[in-house]
Design a protein around this ligand. Structure first.
Ligand code: PMP
Ligand code: GLN
Length: 380
């Protein structure tokens, strides 16, 4: 087989969800909530499906959604984006592909912080780029200024940054954000800032978009996702938001990936972005309660959990839990023998990965969490 085919493996989410289905296991692997989407948005989608156009919408998105995204970011984070600066995509996954294709040329190096979302490295490589991993260390997962500076060389073109970070659940602090900004400005880099978890920040923390740091607006491609904001992961409505000219460069790449995204879902998300602010705080509180329930249950079962205060993911340290097997072996045994699917965190890094951490999704109903915890007890 051609070795370049090896650059794209079956995604860990596909792999674990298939195993969960095969073994009728509780699926705490792939990240999706099993509760809590706003009914009004479903009604808006149904209405748009029946009463509005079902033909190609404009490639960059319905005007009302682009306006709504710009307005939403102004209200929440004080950003001054214009509707023209927003390009609607088929989920953040497509947005990532478009941003990578728009910015990375063969031979360019792109810095990522690992463990990192699984599409980053394969997509950078298929664009002809080289991946420069900076490994973050548990339990803090902090960015180190020296490691960042050491990773930058003459070929570095971009940083692909994810805040809050999947799978670690880390919300970076102001010092770390400033390190990214300093490096980008000093070395003239573009930052693709994957901020899909921007609203899932718990315990009263505040999220800061990278583009709002001085000097960053013109070099940041921000990515967002309605799938996360409204717990509608299957809808695959996302966007790129950026100042010109970056916004239009990415939008041109988007034309050749999907061209456009289902208009009815866009209309419903536009309604939600305008109307849904009252939805955000109850959603965060519900996720925080679910997190506490899972942490209590897992601690009761003898597991050591890491801090989880953003995203809906919780990491469990197997070594600290007294288990002497690596994360892949644990994940296989857990799904096959104990009936719970989790994600091995080493799947999110290639060099120097932590091999003793698994990720669990806590965005679930109480009964799902309880069944998952019971199965984790069996897995120990
Ligand atoms: N980036 C990150 C960091 C994610 O966690 C996810 C989804 N888990 C995505 C991108 C993809 O988002 P979407 O479902 O909108 O394609
Ligand atoms: N974003 C989800 C996660 O991290 C899964 C996305 C996917 O299945 N591609 O679990």
């Amino acid at each position: 087989m051609n070795p370049i085919y090896e650059q794209m493996q079956t995604s860990v989410f596909e792999r674990m969800s298939a195993l969960a289905a095969k073994h009728s296991a509780v699926n705490l692997g792939q990240g999706f909530p099993d509760f809590g989407w706003p009914n009004e948005i479903l009604d808006a989608a149904a209405d748009a499906l029946k009463n509005a156009s079902n033909q190609y919408p404009p490639s960059r998105g319905l005007p009302q959604l682009r306006e709504a995204v710009a307005g939403h970011y102004h209200r929440h984070f004080g950003q001054t984006l214009r509707a023209e600066d927003v390009c609607v995509t088929s989920g953040a996954t497509e947005a990532l592909g478009a941003c990578i294709l728009a910015t990375v040329s063969p031979g360019d190096e792109v810095i990522i912080f690992t463990p990192a979302y699984d599409s980053y490295a394969p997509m950078i490589r298929r664009a002809g780029g080289a991946v420069r991993e900076i490994a973050l260390r548990p339990p803090e997962w902090r960015i180190d200024r020296d490691a960042l500076q050491a990773a930058i060389g003459p070929k570095t073109r971009a940083i692909l940054f994810n805040n809050p970070q999947n799978p670690t659940g880390r919300l970076y602090d102001g010092t770390e954000l400033q390190m990214i900004a300093d490096a980008a400005i000093q070395h003239d880099l573009t930052v693709i800032s994957d901020e899909v978890w921007e609203h899932i920040v718990l315990d009263g923390q505040r999220f800061t978009p990278l583009a709002t740091l001085p000097g960053m607006v013109d070099r940041t491609l921000k990515i967002g996702s309605a799938g996360k904001i409204f717990s509608l992961t299957g809808w695959k409505v996302g966007w790129i938001a950026s100042a010109p000219p970056l916004a239009s460069v990415a939008a041109r790449a988007h034309q050749f990936l999907t061209f456009s995204t289902a208009p009815n879902l866009q209309a419903a998300v536009a309604f939600g972005m305008d109307d849904g602010d009252s939805w955000l705080e109850p959603m965060r509180q519900r996720f925080a309660r679910a997190r506490d329930r899972m942490v209590d249950g897992l601690k009761g079962a003898g597991y050591a959990t890491l801090d989880a205060a953003s995203t809906y993911f919780l990491c469990v340290d197997l070594k600290q839990s007294g288990l002497d097997l690596d994360d892949e072996a644990f994940a296989s045994a857990a799904v096959e023998q104990a009936g719970v699917a989790v994600v091995p965190v080493s799947a999110f890094a290639e060099q120097d990965p932590s091999r003793h951490i698994v990720r669990l999704c806590f965005g679930k109903r109480d009964e799902t969490i309880d069944a998952g915890v019971a199965a984790m007890r069996k897995a120990k």
